[in-house]
Design a protein around this ligand. Structure first.
Ligand code: FE
Length: 205
């Protein structure tokens, strides 16, 4: 492994301590209040998150014409749905959907840093920002997916989409077999953030 990618094993606790120290300093200097971070966190727990992506995917499963519009012009199609205001705002600019289909599996990454469509997926998990994940997913996506428990047969093409500030990708997973009788809400419950990143597929409950 490249030396540049070495990091301490307690990096999550280390990062959390740094964040707490930074927050305390910003509060002390009067730049933010003791409510600011909680307000932002609450926004991404209740308004902007993978529950929006799940609604979009479930609608695409139920309505092929919506799915086609979603792939053709993602922001315009998302605007058709009754989702919270701000879907095209912070980290939601220029979103694009890549739809899985028989013979094609899509994976999203950001090789440069951690660009991610926050309004539909929420905040990125720490491993999405990991330099080793980013570089290996670009170089050997099948091997990385296998480590996530997803063994993609050679007959299926793996497409890797590199997000940036110009385009933020998310995946529309395929509708699982055996879900014909489910309601839209029941379908939404099958759509995980991982399935919209392409490191998993959607599965029937
Ligand atoms: Fe990035």
């Amino acid at each position: 492994m490249d030396d540049r990618f070495e990091y301490r094993n307690d990096r999550e606790a280390y990062s959390a301590a740094r964040v707490r120290a930074l927050e305390a300093l910003l509060i002390k200097k009067g730049i933010i209040t003791d409510k600011t971070v909680d307000t932002v966190l609450e926004f991404f727990q209740t308004k902007m998150g993978p529950f929006n992506g799940a609604k979009i995917v479930a609608r695409a499963w139920l309505d092929p014409t919506f799915k086609a519009r979603l792939v053709a012009d993602t922001p315009k199609a998302i605007a058709e749905l009754a989702l919270p205001a701000g879907m095209a705002g912070a980290e939601g600019e220029h979103m694009r959907a890549a739809a899985n289909e028989p013979g094609v599996h899509n994976l999203i990454i950001c090789t440069l840093c951690s660009c991610y469509p926050w309004p539909v997926l929420g905040l990125p998990p720490y491993w999405y920002k990991d330099p080793t994940f980013r570089s290996r997913a670009a170089r050997e996506p099948r091997a990385v997916l296998k480590e996530f428990g997803l063994d993609i047969p050679q007959s299926i093409e793996v497409k890797v989409w590199d997000s940036s500030a110009q385009i933020r990708w998310f995946v529309v997973p395929e509708r699982p077999a055996g879900t014909e009788g489910l309601s839209e809400a029941q379908l939404e419950a099958l759509v995980t953030p991982e399935s919209m990143m392409g490191v998993a597929i959607a599965k029937a409950a």
